[in-house]
Design a protein around this ligand. Structure first.
Ligand SMILES: Nc1ncnc2c1ncn2[C@@H]1O[C@H](COP(=O)(O)OP(=O)(O)OP(=O)(O)O)[C@@H](O)[C@H]1O
Ligand SMILES: [Mg+2]
Length: 253
């Protein structure tokens, strides 16, 4: 089992969006046993993205020893498993986020990948998430504020000895106002392992409570998200038939 944290210094850059699409793609297209966990306990959103906010058992309950991991795990149509966090602020009572590592280790036998959707910044919550990771991937937008915050997070990861896989550029316009891929690599000293365009389909995906990779399997942006998950899992890149359709065989590679 490998635990990958989806992390950023700055909020709102697209961590939850990327984390849920990566987890769904690893399950659906690469047959990887994958569990996605919402570690953003203070401002959790994952349950809203997947329409599972009404479930009675959450990661908060697990951390308080009120539910088992099994009870708090929900199956998604993509094949991934999801452990949401609770929405209410009083659900934070009695939780020590630094305990997540030992809880997550209990999932080792049943998973190839655990994807952690982190809170932004470098507070106690994010630090608890970082300490539970084997590897982290940074999400940033192509602007100088979020890139600077990636550099801060990277310093902390270096101090903690956590392996960094690289940077995912999200909400990319590719116009003259974006900081370009090469500049991001030079500034951060990290490889850019994915570049996801700014696209209105993400709004639709949120409204439909469905990850883009399952909502639009043959979409251009989906292709980028699948490529990204292939890189993370060190799997071969997917192949497409003429016309850009995903080949059916992909699932069985
Ligand atoms: N590539 C994209 N194109 C357009 N909109 C996007 C893209 N990625 C994410 N969004 C939108 O940006 C908003 C923030 O995304 P998201 O919730 O994934 O960010 P986050 O980093 O998890 O935020 P937080 O730091 O609050 O946890 C959402 O409305 C989401 O739909
Ligand atoms: Mg989020």
């Amino acid at each position: 089992m490998k635990v990958i944290g989806v992390v950023s210094g700055k909020g709102g850059v697209g961590k939850t969006t990327i984390a849920l699409n990566i987890a769904a793609a690893l399950s659906k297209y690469y047959n990887k046993r994958t569990t996605l966990i919402d570690c953003n306990l203070t401002t959790s959103h994952l349950s809203l993205y997947l329409n599972i906010y009404h479930k009675p058992n959450t990661f908060n309950h697990v951390l308080r020893e009120q539910s088992s991991l099994d009870e708090a795990t929900h199956s998604h149509e993509s094949g991934m498993k999801v452990i949401p966090a609770a929405l209410g602020i009083n659900e934070l009572d009695g939780i020590d986020i630094l305990h997540i590592k030992e809880k997550i280790q209990q999932l080792a036998d049943q998973n190839d990948y655990i994807i952690l959707d982190s809170a932004p910044g470098l507070g106690r919550e994010s630090m608890g998430t970082l300490k539970a990771c084997d590897e982290v991937v940074f999400v940033t937008n192509p602007n100088i504020m979020s890139i600077t915050d990636v550099m801060r997070c990277n310093e902390v990861c270096k101090d903690l000895g956590i392996k960094t896989l690289g940077v995912i550029l999200n909400k990319v316009y590719k116009d003259k106002y974006d900081v370009g891929k090469n500049d991001v690599e030079n500034i951060t000293n990290l490889p850019v392992i994915g570049s996801i365009p700014y696209h209105h389909d993400f709004r639709k995906s949120l409204a439909q409570r469905t990850p883009l990779v399952t909502m639009k399997p043959n979409d251009r942006v989906t292709r980028e998200l699948i490529k990204l998950s292939a890189k993370l899992a060190q799997e071969p890149l997917p192949s497409y038939s003429f016309g850009g359709k995903l080949k059916n065989t992909l699932k069985f590679w």
